[in-house]
Design a protein around this ligand. Structure first.
Ligand code: AMP
Ligand code: GLY
Length: 426
């Protein structure tokens, strides 16, 4: 089978690494990919949103299966575009169409969906520019912290958690009146604050049936002890000790099943990943958000724990044929440490030579922001590498990951030294 992965991050390198191990994979392409995917697949210099060029490539290479990594192409209608291109209608795609992608593309849509299908989530209200006075009045009735969200995609910056009324009002005005996030902020949600520990749950759906993949915990802030600015993720651990059988049973009954059934009722033929961001509030799961893709860096910890042939799972999901498939996972723990460029998530340098990539390691080194330049691998983004190790417990896996991290460097590299520490004594 000929397979194309869309994307260029650590998530895509991990998917490529696993897919390349399958006997069913005859040829693997990644568009646009990074220096890591170049070692195991053929990188194609096409943007993930260049649907015209992608369709031409898919046709020319007779691609059988496309695995969409990031949300942008899905929200913009990649599946719909390919399906409407007559000669490509038989190509299988992992990723929902435009309608299903609204679960991530519109927070108002996803909250209404949760409300309609009784899926536990924070109470909320939605406001537009005309309703700005109602929004301010609504805030007055709440107690801090205040959660303010832009409705649409805002590159991870559209969520404000404000400690005081003044900054919450300012945030709302900036979105609705000053259009700080453009179209994405034309609707604003105000939400109840959920207090608890976060968890990422991943589902692979085929339109009717589903598999729940291993769960993971992500570390979003740049600084140790969860301080400082939000990032795309500084590390991940899977499995998560507090996500025991009882908790995961509640997640399946109260969240996963009604989500899949709700999508069917809405006539949304959802074939792809659903990433459910959950808050564990005193043993009860509440949905913070849906994403229509895998998480990054969670994928780097989740996929190495899957023992099935990934191509088999992805093909079955894309073909509506998952029924009866059993997921096999290793009981080992996976930990991922993300190595980032100094200054990230603010300004940072690119093009720094990375040393130590050839050193012997007990870890998997997944590339994110890297590229090859004159025979050298150099940094090419804020998040540069994800170092994953498997161990019999969190401590053992972490030890291996940090040994590998110590052997790799570039000028001004940074990483968190406390990944997984909060889970050690649970
Ligand atoms: P999102 O972009 O929706 O993932 O939100 C970013 C982060 O904000 C989440 O990962 C949570 O840490 C936090 N967050 C979002 N909504 C809430 C909420 N209702 N209560 C508490 N924290 C929240
Ligand atoms: N790690 C969070 C995300 O992928 O959105």
């Amino acid at each position: 089978m000929k397979i194309l992965i869309l994307g260029s991050g650590g998530r895509e390198h991990t998917l490529a690494w696993k897919i390349a191990q399958s006997d069913q994979c005859d040829k693997l392409f990644v568009a646009p990919g990074n220096a890591g995917t170049a070692n195991i697949a053929v990188n194609i210099d096409l943007a993930v949103t260049d649907f015209d060029q992608l369709a031409t490539f898919i046709e020319k290479e007779s691609i059988d299966l496309v695995v969409v990594g990031p949300e942008d192409p899905l929200v913009l209608g990649f599946r719909d575009y390919i399906e409407s291109t007559g000669k490509l209608s038989s190509v299988k795609i992992v990723g929902p169409g435009k309608e299903g992608a609204r679960l991530e593309g519109s927070k108002d849509f996803s909250k209404q969906f949760m409300q309609k299908y009784n899926i536990p989530t924070a109470a909320f209200a939605t406001f537009t520019r005309e309703g700005i006075n109602d929004a301010v009045e609504y805030l007055n009735k709440l107690t801090p912290p205040f959660v303010i969200k832009a409705d649409g995609l805002a590159a991870g910056k559209g969520v404000l958690i404000c400690e005081d009324l003044e900054s919450a009002q300012k945030g709302i005005k900036e979105m609705l009146l000053d259009e700080k996030f453009g179209e994405a902020g034309k609707k604003v949600l105000i939400e109840q604050y959920l207090q608890g520990i976060e968890l990422s749950v991943f589902v692979l759906a085929d339109g009717k049936d589903y598999l729940i993949l291993p769960e993971a915990k992500d570390y979003k802030r740049i600084g140790e002890g969860d301080t400082g600015l939000n990032t795309g993720g500084m590390g991940a651990v899977s499995p998560v000790p507090f996500a025991d059988q009882e908790f995961m049973r509640k997640v399946e009954e109260k969240v996963v099943k009604p989500t899949i059934e709700g999508l069917r009722t809405e006539n949304i033929d959802y074939k792809g990943f659903i990433f459910i961001g959950l808050m564990n509030m005193q043993g009860e799961p509440y949905v913070i958000e849906y994403n229509v893709r895998m998480g990054d860096p969670e994928t780097q910890a989740v996929i190495p724990r899957v023992e099935n042939d990934l191509v088999d799972l992805l093909w079955k999901a894309a073909a509506g044929n998952l029924k009866g498939t059993q997921l096999i996972t290793t009981p080992e723990t996976a930990t991922t440490i993300v190595m980032v460029a100094g200054g990230y998530p603010g300004q940072y340098a690119k093009g720094q030579e990375i040393s130590g990539l050839d050193s012997q390691t007990d870890s998997l080194v997944f590339h994110a922001g890297t590229k090859e330049q004159e025979g050298q691998v150099v940094t090419n983004g804020g998040r540069v590498l994800g170092i994953t190790s498997l161990g019999k417990n969190i401590a053992e896996a972490l030890k291996k990951s940090y040994i590998t991290v110590d052997n790799i460097s570039w000028q001004d590299c940074n990483y968190r030294k406390d990944i997984g520490q909060d889970l050690l004594n649970l």
